[in-house]
Design a protein around this ligand. Sequence first.
Ligand code: T3D
Length: 257
Amino acid sequence: MYETITYLINNGAAWITLNRPNTLNAFVSKMNQEITHAIKTASASDEVRAIVITGAGRGFCSGQDLSEVDEHMDHGEVLRKHYGPMIKQIYQCEKPIIAAVNGVAAGAGFSLALACDFRLMSDRASFLNAFVHIGLIPDSGNSYFLTRLVGEARALEISVLGEKIKAEQALSLGLATKVFPADHFEAEVQQFTERIASMPTKAVGLIKRTIKAAGNTSFQDYLEEEAQGQRIAGLTKDHREGVQAFIEKRKPVFVGK
Ligand code: T3D
């Protein structure tokens, strides 16, 4: 069904693999569209309780395919039409999204990883805010996410200097959630994903929503967002199961509803 990505569901998780390994999975507009579609599909599926985005071969994603760039291109329109909708779909997704960064994530590939909720990195992976090296500015939500993660001063350094950030450095900067040795990377990602997919999925989505509200609204509006979220969480089967399991002194079995 897809040409530039693969999509499969396994054990409650949707796995989206960027599949243009000869270019380290560079973006072409078809790939933007297919990722957007796959996230939408996963968001709507009752089977899916976590989403993983990773890359085929030795790279995660090298950003825009530079062989497709020419001087007649309106970069603003490319963003409005292709990158913006993809990043928005990720940002608005209520299910947890994990970037399994198996190799280099450069340019909009870095932005894609930043838009996700968790960034698991192989110790051979790296981030590169490559835009400045081709005379562009970070796009696809890059500065929005980066500034929130590392603060203005660091975001400026990372964006203007455009230096490669290795996995361990990414971890100490708060850009990576966890770093795993390349040899066990897939197994560790699988295990982490299973853990996330077995959580109370509705509550996780509502946690995402309230944390976003915390950074973007007044305290009064935040308190209202929190009250609305807790009301919804309190009506879930998983809330009842969590309380019941506590009383019965057993591990809860959440169903994501
Ligand atoms: O309209 C708009 O354009 C707006 C949107 C912009 C979004 C953006 O993402 S702009 C930023 C675009 N990306 C870059 O500038 C990164 C370019 N790539 C690199 O700097 C390096 O390739 C990497 C640091 C990512 C990896 O370096 P390395 O040494 O590990 O690998 P390599 O040898 O450079 O690349 C391997 C192959 O992938 C190579 O092809 P070949 O020689 O084996 O046939 C290389 O040409 C290809 N490749 C890597 N990145 C891209 C690419 N091909 C097309 N586009 C790429 N972005």
